[in-house]
Design a protein around this ligand. Structure first.
Ligand code: CO
Length: 510
């Protein structure tokens, strides 16, 4: 018979093993960061081998049958699982989920996926350069075929669909039906709102986006803002890279990056605040559980809710600019010739329907994501053939954003995701915006003077609120459950629409 003491030993054994495996993962993370930020180009070949070896070892150690035995012993312990939301119960639940998923895929399929993802990226880059979808089509057809087989291996719930199985890797517990239920109303209201906005009698100033500020001065300013909003430089770095990202081996060693252009002050600042939000989420995870699911983030959607919180709810607010504007004038005044608060705030909030997702503003961004979700869902269900993607893509851009896509390079070939065999990923961007708006409404209920605080350069209370209500829970809840637990309501399009209407209405005079 298993006694409580025996089983707690079994749990300790499991956690020791998992923490050991996490050391490999953390090492790979630092090597990956180094590759993007520090490594000379000559290092690439061996770096790829180093990372492949660590990934292989990690997979081997984690899928060891002994992990299965330890998990089963822990699952059989009633005392350990008495409170399903306690850290040990959550760790066992999440590790079982990972173990089941990692052992469901045949190794031939994993190898085929790695090969196709590499081939896919190569072919996609060529196709994009030539703006020729036909060049990419055969590989994408193979990728779609592989992804449908992969989804079959994972399986999905009764009434679900293949998309659900793939989205589990990015947004556990999320289904296409759930996404469609929230995106549908958002799309309809956003479309009507954008039409009104573009016909509005006013336009915000854009002058601050036309000013050039030397990059070293921008770097200095971005560090000041990062520090002011609460990014912890004792447990984090800020560097530059081609594509901004956040990584880190554990909550006490977080690496964020940003990028600068002399004529792109707002883009860099927004990018830095965005990555700070990701970084502060990671820094807020419980240090006592490092190396286990109880010190890991919930999902990409919740991660994005934290980055958008600081980028949009804080960094594009009038209150923030009341604090930031005099500092901008102090730092770069000689180049700014009478830059007013309205200029600075307006320039951070220009809405322009376009065809490029990564250049989209806060209001139109979600339309780009919804196009991708609708297409990938149809592709995986077999309702849309790969050859018909460009036509469908362009038709949806015309319908939702009112723009004519000029060519495939600026249309369906603009994103790398599908070429890397990642489907089920895109919606996490908009889920992040939706969760963000709903969380921020709750934060304002709990702390009604938040905007006055921002105006005074005080951001600590919001950070502490996020630490306590979101970060400290690590993987305790699924994203949708956390939302209900924290806001008392299921995720809905209402808070995001209220936020967009309240902000852009006055700026555009509607
Ligand atoms: Co992000």
């Amino acid at each position: 018979m298993t006694t409580a003491t025996d089983t707690s030993t079994v749990y300790d054994q499991l956690i020791d093993r998992i923490k050991d495996i996490d050391l490999l993962g953390g090492s790979a993370t630092v090597l990956g960061w180094d590759q993007e930020v520090m490594m000379p180009p000559g290092g690439i070949e061996y770096r790829a081998r180093q990372l492949a070896q660590l990934a292989g070892l990690r997979h081997e150690w984690f899928t060891d049958p002994r992990v299965d035995e330890l998990l089963s012993a822990c699952e059989a312990d009633g005392e350990l699982n008495a409170d399903p939301l306690s850290p040990p119960a959550v760790n066992v639940r999440e590790l079982r989920r990972d173990y089941a998923r990692k052992t469901k895929l045949p190794s031939e399929l994993v190898a085929e996926e790695a090969k196709l993802a590499s081939l896919g990226q190569h072919s996609w880059a060529e196709a994009r350069k030539k703006s020729d979808f036909e060049h990419f089509r055969p590989v994408l057809e193979q990728i779609v075929d592989l992804l449908r087989r992969k989804a079959e291996c994972y399986g999905w719930a009764v009434g679900g669909e293949p998309w659900d199985a793939l989205a589990e890797d990015f947004e556990p517990g999320c289904t296409a039906e759930f996404v469609a239920g929230v995106f549908g109303p958002l799309r309809d209201r956003l479309q009507a709102f954008l039409t009104k906005l573009m016909d509005g009698p006013r336009k915000p100033s854009n002058t601050f986006n036309e000013v050039e500020i030397p990059i070293p001065e921008q770097e200095k300013f971005n560090r000041i803002v990062a520090e002011a909003i609460g990014y912890d430089f004792k447990r984090g770095r800020l560097d530059t890279s081609t594509h901004p990202f956040t990584t880190g081996s554990h909550c006490n060693d977080i690496r964020i990056t940003t990028r600068y252009r002399a004529d792109g002050f707002n883009d860099a600042l927004a990018g830095t605040m965005h990555e700070c939000g990701h970084g502060m989420y990671e820094q807020g995870l419980p240090p006592e559980h490092i190396g286990t699911p109880m010190s890991a983030s919930i999902s990409l959607g919740i991660h994005e809710s934290q980055s958008r919180m600081w980028e949009n709810q804080v960094g594009r607010s009038l209150a923030f600019w009341k604090w930031c504007h005099p500092r901008v004038v102090d730092s770069f005044g000689d180049r700014l010739e009478g830059l007013t608060l309205d200029d600075a705030y307006g320039s951070a909030n220009n809405v322009r329907p376009g065809f490029i997702r990564v250049e989209a503003d806060e209001a139109t961004y979600n339309m780009h994501v919804m196009v991708r979700f609708e297409l990938e869902r149809a592709i995986l269900n077999g309702d849309l053939a790969v050859k018909d993607i460009p036509g469908q893509w362009n038709a949806k851009y015309k319908e939702y954003l009112g723009v004519d896509v000029p060519d495939d390079a600026r249309g369906c070939l603009q994103d790398i995701h599908w070429s890397m065999a990642a489907m089920g990923y895109f919606p996490t961007y908009t889920l992040g915006n939706l969760y963000c708006a709903q969380f921020f409404e709750q934060a304002l209920k709990d702390m009604p003077n938040l905007h006055e605080q921002f105006e005074a350069g005080e951001f600590g209370e919001l950070k502490t609120w996020l630490n306590k209500n979101i970060h400290a829970h690590a993987k305790r809840y699924r994203a949708a459950d956390l939302c209900e637990h924290l806001t008392g309501k299921p995720l809905s399009a209402d808070p995001l629409m209220r936020h967009l209407e309240a902000k852009f209405g006055p700026l555009y005079g509607i």
